[in-house]
Design a protein around this ligand. Structure first.
Ligand code: ATP
Ligand code: MG
Length: 440
């Protein structure tokens, strides 16, 4: 394992002072998988006050000292060095209720959630792997350290971490671990919502169809609106799948963009409250898009998602039934309404939706390639899409004799006419047109 200079420096400095030290956790797992670790955690037998003394010449960050973590700033970067410890349950799912420092690395490794995360490595001593994490990585097995039920009872966030690791690394939960993830899942209700959101954001972009299906009860525990969708018969000739299976196909079928993944997961939640059946027994879901948009907003607000997510996902869901044609004027109007980015995301969602019905049939013709090509063309041409891009501005309209609210309205109708290609974006043409419209 090749360590960055600053990490190596910290390990060597501790060892030279007689304090055993290792890199530990996610970075060891990632290195064994041949991936570049996101960050490196150092752990040591040294107590926090010893660590402070060893690195006395450095800037130190002591906010986590109570839990055993001392941050040491080395060449502008903070290295977190944590004393070997065991810990109690996580009542707030953020910090353990208590920690106590221990003398041996294996005791520290025993508090960690999964065997693949419970390995340590040192340049002098090599791999420390008391729970068989390396073998589990090789066989692609997710296995709790210790008694699975107890470990999920201590901290139910581990259930969501577990599904994230399965999706990210293609792991299969071992039977007892999977059983405990399911049997303890209601304990997730007590977790801080933003932690749940963060884990789901880690899971969703790498989730495949199989992950979304086998972990459905766990996802439905985190987002109760999904629960009634599982196994729900849509009573429609256009849908061979039950509602959740359709949603799983769409979610796995869109790009890895996080916003689109959230939109896909939630795009049909409005189908449950809007479901009706006609006299022939066929199912209908009138207004499910706007209803779903409202529900998705509530879900994301509850999960304390950031503002941009709370904004964009409902917009995509509200528009997911919008019929788009390879028509330049229509596209320009929609781009103006939604913006380029949202349009691209909407196409992503709509295409996956269309191809995830399980009937083998596509509805009408597949226009998506043409619409995408047009979108790129419009973007490349830097076409007129906002009032600020018009040749005329507010001052020109004042000079024409328009006042107050009239000015904004006039700019809007000029923009509409330019987008519809009824008017050229050229100053004299726009002024002449306005004079005739306002009879000036
Ligand atoms: P990532 O790649 O997402 O960073 P990670 O495994 O490094 O994954 P971190 O949250 O950075 O996850 O935690 C570092 C290590 O701390 C983990 O590898 C694991 O050993 C331990 N750990 C983290 N959270 C928990 C938890 N909730 N319960 C038990 N051990 C945990
Ligand atoms: Mg990490």
């Amino acid at each position: 394992m090749v360590l960055p200079e600053n990490i190596l420096y910290c390990l060597n400095t501790l060892e030279r002072s007689g304090c055993e030290a290792w890199v530990v956790g996610g970075c060891v797992r990632d290195a064994l998988l041949g991936r570049t670790p996101k960050d490196y955690d150092v752990c040591t037998r040294a107590l926090p006050e010893q660590t402070r003394a060893v690195f006395a010449g450095h800037q130190l960050i002591l906010a986590g000292e109570k839990h055993g973590t001392v941050g040491v700033v080395v060449e502008g970067q903070t290295v977190e060095i944590t004393t070997y410890r065991t810990e109690g349950t996580y009542a707030d799912s953020r910090h353990p209720d208590w920690v106590s420092f221990v003398g041996a690395i294996d005791q520290d490794l025993a508090r960690r959630d999964f065997t693949v995360n419970a390995m340590a490595w040192s340049p002098n001593r090599g791999l420390r792997d008391p729970f068989g994490g390396r073998a589990d990585l090789e066989t692609k097995t997710l296995r709790a350290v210790g008694e699975p039920e107890q470990r999920f009872r201590e901290d139910a966030l581990r259930i969501l971490r577990g599904i994230r690791f399965c999706a990210a690394y293609g792991l299969e939960p071992e039977e007892k671990t999977l059983g405990a993830m399911f049997s303890q899942r209601s304990l997730m209700d007590r977790l801080a919502r933003e932690r749940v959101y963060d884990e789901l954001c880690g899971f969703l972009p790498c989730a495949g169809l199989e992950d979304l299906q086998r972990f459905a009860p766990i996802l439905a525990q985190a987002i109760p609106e999904l629960a009634p969708m599982i196994g729900f018969d849509q009573h429609s000739p256009h849908h061979a799948y039950d509602l959740y299976t359709h949603v799983a196909h769409v979610t796995a079928g869109v790009s890895r963009d996080l916003t689109v993944r959230w939109a896909a997961l939630l795009h049909d939640i409005g189908k449950i409250p809007t479901f009706t059946r006609d006299e022939t027994g066929r199912g209908h879901f009138y207004g499910h898009a706007p209803t779903g948009a409202k529900m998705a907003r509530e879900v994301l607000l509850r999960l304390k998602a950031p503002g941009a997510m709370v904004q964009t996902v409902p917009t995509l869901i509200a528009n997911h039934m919008l019929r788009l044609d390879p028509d330049r004027k229509q596209l320009r109007r929609q781009i103006r309404r939604l913006g380029f980015d949202a349009m691209e995301k909407l196409l992503d969602l709509q295409e996956a939706d269309m191809t995830s019905k399980g009937t083998g049939e596509e509805e009408g013709r597949n226009f998506f390639p043409q619409i995408r090509a047009l979108l790129m063309q419009i973007r490349a041409e830097e076409d007129v899409l906002a009032v600020k891009d018009l040749a005329v501005n507010g001052n020109d309209l004042l000079a024409l004799g328009l006042r107050g609210k009239q000015i904004g309205q006039a700019l809007d109708i000029v923009l509409g006419a330019v987008i519809d290609e009824r008017l050229e974006n050229e100053k004299e043409a726009e002024l002449a047109w306005l004079r005739s419209v306002y009879e000036l």
